[in-house]
Design a protein around this ligand. Structure first.
Ligand SMILES: [Mn+2]
Length: 537
């Protein structure tokens, strides 16, 4: 089973590239791992993966134990035309008590257990036979004497009467078992029975064989006497005749163990068929398989808290955690490798792991790691930036030789692009209403580096803001366009008293002015507005 490596929910670039590059490293070190993602790729992460032509991590919802994680009995089904006897022999050889009957597409038609076979042989209708020539030849060790029908469905009888007694009693519904009684054989041929089974490997005169062939009547010779033949011929019936096909309790491979256990506890079967993703039969699961379930193996990167992690994490076997956040609440029953360094990004730690293990970093992985570091440290602007982050980027860039600032800007721009979004959509992305000392205010904040895109539509934005302002009867309606790299916001607004805005932020009474240092609506914009309102009273 492959180890699942993933970052936190609402994945950011550091989470994504850490999962990808750590998986690469682990696989180089001889493990089998798969990079995963909880949720969707952000615009920024998509940009990075496209840029370095890296495959997106596998999307997973949870890491709960599923039927597919269990060591259940993988087996193929048998065709519905298999005989009961060969089904039984197969069970005997494989030491199993249940078989699945499948169609040509391997879809489940029914199941049959040893018990079903026993019941059918004791209380089934042994006078009826439905089977193929192929089954009869193999199950009765028979020799073909005359070829007529290939498939039979009729009434079986052993003819031990005087020939005159059966006059008028044989028809094309009949399958007869008979010894070397030529008068009966001749009469059976004339009556166009479906099949004549000659017991004891008796020699049949050429004349009757010719007659049978002419009339296209099937005739076989078996080495057994009538008693044995009669017993075995019942077991030549198609297995489909006795299989159970309705109300079969079955599990899909994706089914959670927890739910399967519940269902098993409410039913009494020994074996439950398992169906794969393509609706094909894949094997049987029984109670013994769920006693010691194989758990999914996981490695967490860029987080160490249950709330940020995959659902069912406690059902998985956590092998390792690599993170740069404060300690969270995850606990394990076994000692694990836990690496938590106070650096700017998880990618920085993973870079060190490549070095420690002396594994070469190919250019796309170097690009991914570098992007993770630049993203988490806002290209070294964040106060969380450390010397290690800078050193890692410097070293990674010897592989890539990029203009780092230009690349970071491209990445941030792609990540905060507003392309394809309408004015209303952008305005209401992160919009909140406030009551500021009896002043009704609506404040929208959008983070982007695509300032040009906003300013190209400045008129349209302003007219939307004015409309909203009027419609909602606001005192103040603001749109803050925040540039995290320049660390400030551009402001577009409508206000009953425009001087309130210019005095609050100490800016000229124009639209689209940049206010340096103002990035937080809660901690900066609201207090400044309140302050101005107070002064202007
Ligand atoms: Mn991070």
């Amino acid at each position: 089973m492959s180890i699942l490596i993933f970052g936190h929910k609402n994945p950011d670039t550091d989470s994504v590239v850490s999962a990808i590059s750590l998986s690469f490293l682990k696989n180089k070190l001889g493990y089998k791992s798969t990079p995963c993602i909880l949720g969707s790729l952000s615009k920024e992460s998509s940009f990075v993966l496209d840029y370095f032509q890296l495959e997106a991590p596998k999307k997973i919802e949870d890491v709960k134990v599923q039927i597919q994680d269990l060591d259940f009995h993988k087996t193929q089904g048998i065709s519905e035309n298999t005989s009961i006897l060969s089904a039984y022999n197969l069970m005997d050889e494989e030491g199993i008590a249940t078989l699945a009957i499948v169609d040509k597409e391997k879809e489940l038609l029914g199941i049959v257990s040893i018990k079903d076979i026993a019941v059918s042989l004791i209380s089934g209708d042994f006078r009826k036979l439905e089977t193929s020539m192929e089954n009869l030849l193999s199950d009765l060790d028979a020799t073909l004497l005359s070829q007529g029908l290939q498939f039979f469905k009729g009434n079986v009888s052993v003819i031990d009467d005087y020939y005159k007694t059966i006059r008028g009693k044989l028809s094309s519904d009949d399958i007869i078992i008979v010894g070397d009684r030529y008068d009966i054989i001749e009469y059976a041929i004339a009556s166009k029975v479906q099949l004549i089974v000659v017991t004891g490997n008796r020699e049949i005169p050429e004349k009757f064989l010719m007659q049978a062939q002419e009339q296209k009547i099937s005739m076989i010779s078996v080495p057994y006497d009538s008693l044995y033949t009669t017993r075995v011929i019942d077991q030549c019936n198609y297995i489909a005749k006795i299989m159970r096909s309705g109300n079969i309790v079955r599990f899909s491979e994706e089914e959670y163990l927890e739910e399967a256990k519940e269902i098993m506890s409410q039913s009494h079967y020994r074996n439950y068929p398992v169906i794969n993703r393509d609706q094909k039969f894949s094997g049987f699961v029984s109670r013994k398989h769920i006693l010691n379930p194989k758990r999914k193996q996981t490695i967490l990167v860029d987080h160490n808290e249950y709330a940020q992690s995959a659902q069912g994490l406690e059902e998985s076997e956590i092998l390792e955690i690599i993170d740069h956040h404060k300690l969270g609440d995850i606990s394990t029953t076994m000692p694990i490798s836990f690496r938590n360094n106070p650096v700017g990004s998880t990618a920085t730690i993973i870079y060190s792991m490549f070095r420690e293990n002396q594994i070469d970093i190919p250019a796309p992985v170097a690009g991914a790691l570098l992007s993770g570091i630049l993203s988490d440290t806002l290209s070294f602007r964040s106060p969380t930036t450390t010397k290690e982050d800078r050193k890692a980027v410097e070293s990674l860039n010897t592989i890539l030789n990029y203009d780092l600032e230009a690349y970071a800007m491209k990445m941030f721009k792609a990540g905060t692009s507003l392309e394809g979004q309408g004015i209303e959509e952008i305005f209401y992305k992160d919009y909140k209403e406030f009551n500021l000392d009896f002043h009704k205010a609506g404040i929208s904040q959008v983070f982007t580096l695509d300032i040009d895109e906003v300013f190209r539509q400045k008129k349209a934005f302003l007219s939307f803001i004015h409309q909203t302002h009027k419609k909602e009867n606001h005192d103040i309606t603001l749109l803050l366009v925040t540039d995290i790299i320049k660390e400030g916001s551009y402001i577009l607004y409508a206000a009953k008293k425009p001087s309130l805005i210019s005095s609050a932020f100490r800016i000229p009474k124009e639209q689209g002015v940049f206010i340096p240092g103002v990035v937080s609506r809660k901690k900066q914009v609201i207090p400044k507005l309140l302050n101005a309102i107070e002064i202007m009273k």
